[in-house]
Ligand binder design. Structure first.
Ligand code: GLU
Length: 447
């Protein structure tokens, strides 16, 4: 529920951004928690900080023409939404998926602003992507698409301006194609212009693992604050992409057992705990569907094309697939089966009604902008290493990631308490992230 002033403000956002349902959802979720902040800091309302924060600084939409392997011309639409640069250059990934449109990119960019603020690193927020479907495309087609996209995007980027990275459908291979084209056009080996690079050409150790590892570290901190830990728990994860794979790996290293994961074709249940090496081989190397994992792993493992991974009983659930994948009925099933902690590896995977079910049941709920911030935080570490022409060890980088995640957890926990909502990480993350951005915007004048 929003109070009257915030309701009017929200209506205005809807009117100005018609048809962008996911963006409305992301804005609503933040506004719901800001009432007490405005009461405490009237200058923020006077200076219309919320209205300004909801309006991107710049939005770029462009055509990406390319030729497929049969010689046919293909046209995609690409986006870069440069949302807020009060804390640093725009920072956020690129998503290649057929569902991408302006509303998705704006929701992701909006979330990114607060997520990046929570990391405490000097990065603003932005996001981009294209409605390109990489599924079934050859290596050559993907390379041509990346080169065509960067031929337009390069003019908006720069290590002090806007620094993309990956997201769904964009991994090291795509970052390579994008960076290579940027380098050719500009004649600059500007490593800090993009993150998620391969470790042979300017990438940082732990960046690949960082989002998933970070989720596991965040869950461990959430459990610790209730005098528990991951060791001995049963966990479930949705997805089987980069975030899911490394969340599973770290949860299991910390003593949890991940008994289920999924992709868009269905989910597998593996009572002995997911074999991460096999999962990586099937999903990352061979790029096959998840039933192949079940087939190779043996008779104890089942694959289901129907139903939901959230029907599998667990203590801890980590949605790591995509937005709005965990509905209120899924949340109810998780609660019924004894789940007591949820941490979002994906961006906004739980629907608003799903979140309400968890909060009412007293489930510890770590929202994506806090729980999955390890990826972008490690991108900022990659930028640091690029700027100083240095590269850190795996151990040092992982230690930094752990400290950042523990710091975000502490900040959310303390902020929630200060604002009268102890244990509520949604309040903690939104308020703490918003305040950091708002303070910087006030200091910088009418930006
Ligand atoms: N796409 C990731 C996210 O949602 C990473 C962004 C980045 O590293 O810039 O935070």
């Amino acid at each position: 529920m929003l109070d009257e002033k915030l309701e009017a403000l929200f209506d205005e956002v809807v009117k100005r951004n018609l048809g962008e349902a996911e963006f409305h959802q992301a804005v609503h979720e933040v506004l719901e928690t800001l009432g007490p902040v405005l009461a405490k800091h009237p200058e923020l309302a006077e200076q219309k900080i919320i209205q300004r924060v909801c309006e991107p600084e710049r939005q770029v939409i462009f055509r990406v023409p390319w030729q497929d392997d049969s010689g046919e011309v293909q046209i995609n639409r690409a986006f870069r939404v440069e949302f807020n640069s009060a804390l640093g250059p725009y920072k956020g990934g690129l998503r290649f998926h057929p569902s991408v449109y302006l509303g998705i990119v704006k929701f992701l960019g909006f979330e990114q602003v607060f997520k990046n603020a929570l990391t405490g690193m000097p990065i603003g927020g932005g996001k981009g992507g294209a409605d390109f479907d990489p599924k079934g495309r050859s290596e050559a087609e993907i390379m041509r698409f990346c080169q065509s996209l960067m031929t337009e995007l390069y003019r908006h980027l720069g290590e002090y301006t806007d620094v993309p990275a990956g997201d769904i459908g964009v991994g090291t291979r795509e970052i390579g194609g994008l960076f290579g084209q940027y380098k050719r056009i500009t004649n600059r080996y500007e490593s800090g212009v993009i993150t998620g690079k391969g470790t042979d050409w300017g990438g940082a150790l732990v960046r690949k693992e960082a989002t998933g590892y970070g989720v596991a570290f965040f869950v461990e901190e959430m459990l610790r604050s209730r005098s528990r830990c991951l060791d001995g728990t049963t966990c479930t994860v949705s997805g089987s992409g980069n975030v899911a794979i490394y969340a599973i790996e770290k949860v299991q290293a910390l003593g949890g057992r991940v008994v289920a994961c999924s992709d868009s074709s269905g989910y597998v249940v593996d009572p002995n705990g997911i074999d991460v090496d096999l999962l990586r081989q099937v999903k990352e190397v061979e790029r096959r569907r998840i039933d192949v994992y079940a087939e190779r792993r043996g008779p104890l493992v089942s694959f289901s094309a129907d139903g939901s991974v959230w029907d599998v009983p667990c203590d801890v659930a980590m949605p790591c697939a995509t937005q709005n994948e965990l509905h209120s009925r899924d949340a109810a099933a998780l609660v019924r089966n004894g789940c007591t902690a949820v941490a979002e590896g994906a961006n906004m995977p739980t629907t608003p009604r799903g979140v309400r079910v968890f909060r009412e049941a007293g489930v510890s709920f770590g929202p994506g902008k806090a729980a999955n911030a390890g990826g972008v935080a490690t991108s900022a570490l990659e930028m640091q290493q690029n700027a100083s022409r240095d590269s850190w060890t795996f151990e040092h980088s992982e230690q930094r990631l752990y400290e950042i995640m523990a710091g975000i957890h502490r900040l959310c926990h303390e902020t929630a308490e200060e604002y009268g909502a102890p244990g509520d990480y949604v309040v903690g993350a939104n308020v703490a992230g918003f305040l950091r951005v708002a303070r910087a915007m006030l200091a910088l004048g009418l930006v």
